[in-house]
Design a protein around this ligand. Structure first.
Ligand SMILES: Cc1cc2nc3c(=O)[nH]c(=O)nc-3n(C[C@H](O)[C@H](O)[C@H](O)COP(=O)(O)OP(=O)(O)OC[C@H]3O[C@@H](n4cnc5c(N)ncnc54)[C@H](O)[C@@H]3O)c2cc1C
Length: 471
């Protein structure tokens, strides 16, 4: 049995692979059975055991802990949620403020736990730099977004504008027009966090079974090929993989995200780029490009993704030469000194997007199910919040965590439209974003065409996410 199938740079860096944990065999009775050993499942187990050490908690994982997005992501640990502004706009001003404090504290909460539990995962809270770098319209859009954030109640200590000279003190990105600095963001080594959490849970008395896929989800029972867990509560924590486990399939859709990493780069090269304090950076294309400087001085860069008809998972993440080259070219456009840097790793993963384009945390007391997901590419931090929230829901605690707008009853979740609508919409939207990028990055594009491409992309974006109601 292979302990570590090729997954990502991060999993490669763990050193000699420990033997895979034993699969579940036979029948066992527990209080809480968790399906999936990614961040959501492991954080839920962690907060359950910390609050109620007597609980019997078991986790079954189809592959190995961290095999999913949790062992593959870009390591941005963000103190916000995807779609947060829309979620919070429904609240009274005071409640909105309290919810925001809760979200902004996520990186610090993870920092506190990894310090307490001695999980060495390169945690660095250096903030995020959202850069306008490829064409002037990015600056206009980013400034508009900054105004929206400030109007919604964020301060300049949360989101602040950096002009090109101020940005250059942190990051040298080609042709910068400025950036927004977001304070509540840390970077981590994704695999060290997820594998460290798994080890920590075993110390706390959680049983973790690898190579144990849940075959079906029925009330009070999780069946795997060689065993069965009978449980009072079941937590399916499988995000993008929900398609394989009805009845969760239709409220969350799998999309793919792809990444590359360079070799460790010499100090001279880093002096030309910056990122000395563990900052993360992104470039403001609507197609999303982002990265971080790793603790061992590589550049890790993620850009673009994909969607498969029917929301099928992509299983093979050995990237094609074209997929690697497309990302390498984007990276070198932003950082010309990296033209000669060797790309040593390329990988990708599946992540989950909810129909509402914001995460959900759900408790169904009748079926004794609790689950969370739909993080939309911002699940590193959100899954920590989800773990705390699901633990409180299961323990029946009336905490401030369970009184948040993203905690919803199961019947409030919207299903995705049937195919071929999803496939057509995905391709229409991503094509409009790619055309906008292409036209705006060419100085020769006439002004009327620049405006048209933006209006078209704006309309497509609205199709995806309705505008935020005024607070
Ligand atoms: C390439 C990439 C880059 C990303 N970058 C970022 C980022 O920088 N910042 C950010 O916030 N988010 C990022 N994300 C998203 C983030 O990684 C995920 O939202 C988060 O890790 C989800 O955690 P999870 O535990 O819910 O799911 P996963 O980590 O996917 O874990 C689910 C686990 O369930 C297992 N499983 C599936 N089916 C079964 C079954 N039937 N039985 C048992 N086990 C099963 C899987 O093997 C897997 O290990 C990225 C995602 C990808 C793919």
């Amino acid at each position: 049995m292979t302990a570590f199938p090729p997954v990502s740079l991060w999993m490669d860096q763990l050193g000699a692979p420990p033997p895979a944990r034993a699969p579940l065999s036979g029948e066992r009775e527990v209080d809480v059975a968790i399906i999936g050993a990614g961040y959501t499942g492991l954080w839920t187990a962690y907060y359950l055991k910390r609050q109620a050490p007597q609980l019997r908690v078991a986790v079954v994982e189809a592959q190995i802990a961290g095999f999913g997005a949790s062992g593959r992501n870009g390591g941005w640990l963000i103190g916000e949620l995807a779609g947060e502004d829309r979620l919070l706009a429904r609240l009274e001003a005071q409640q909105r403020k309290e919810s925001r404090v809760l979200l902004q504290d996520i990186p610090d909460e993870v920092g506190r736990v990894v310090a307490r539990e001695a999980i060495a995962c390169d945690f660095r809270k250096g903030g995020g730099l959202y850069c306008a770098a490829r064409y002037p319209e990015q600056q206009t859009r980013l400034r508009r977004q900054l105004d929206d954030w400030h109007r919604a109640g964020h301060g300049t200590s949360d989101y602040a504008w950096l002009d090109p000279a101020e940005l250059a003190q942190q990051l040298h990105i080609a042709g910068a027009y400025g950036a927004v600095h977001f304070a509540h963001l840390a970077t981590i080594h994704p695999a060290r966090l997820v594998r460290g959490l798994a080890t920590c849970l075993e110390r706390l008395g959680v049983d973790l079974y690898e190579h144990s896929p849940a075959l079906e989800l029925t009330p009070a029972c999780v069946r795997t090929p060689a065993g069965m867990l009978r449980a009072d509560w079941i937590v399916p924590a499988i995000e993008a993989h929900a398609i394989g486990l009805p009845p969760l399939a239709r409220c969350q859709l799998a999309v793919q995200s792809l990444m590359i990493a360079t070799e460790p780069l010499p100090p001279g090269l880093w002096r030309q780029i910056g990122l000395e304090q563990g900052q993360a950076f992104s470039e403001s294309s609507r197609l999303v490009s982002y990265g971080q400087r790793t603790a061992d001085n590589r550049m890790v860069f993620g850009a673009r993704g994909g969607y498969r008809y029917g929301g099928r998972l992509r299983q093979d993440f050995v990237l094609t030469p074209d997929e690697v080259e497309q990302r390498r070219r984007l990276l070198v456009d932003l950082f010309p000194p990296l033209a000669g840097a060797r790309i040593t790793h390329a990988w990708g993963g599946n992540l989950g997007v909810a129909r509402e384009f914001h995460p959900h945390m759900v408790c169904d007391p009748e079926r004794r199910l609790a689950w969370a997901g739909g993080y939309g590419g911002e699940g590193v931090g959100a899954s920590n919040l989800a773990g705390r929230t699901l633990a409180d829901l299961i323990l029946g605690r009336d905490s401030r965590l369970v009184r948040q707008p993203w905690v919803v009853p199961a019947d409030a979740l919207r299903n995705w439209e049937p195919e071929p609508l999803r496939w057509l919409a995905y391709h229409a939207i991503s094509r409009s974003f790619a055309v906008e990028d292409f036209l705006l990055s060419r100085p020769a594009t006439p002004p009327w065409l620049r405006r048209l491409s933006q209006h078209w992309a704006d309309a497509m974006e609205r199709l995806m996410e309705p505008p935020v109601p005024a607070p």
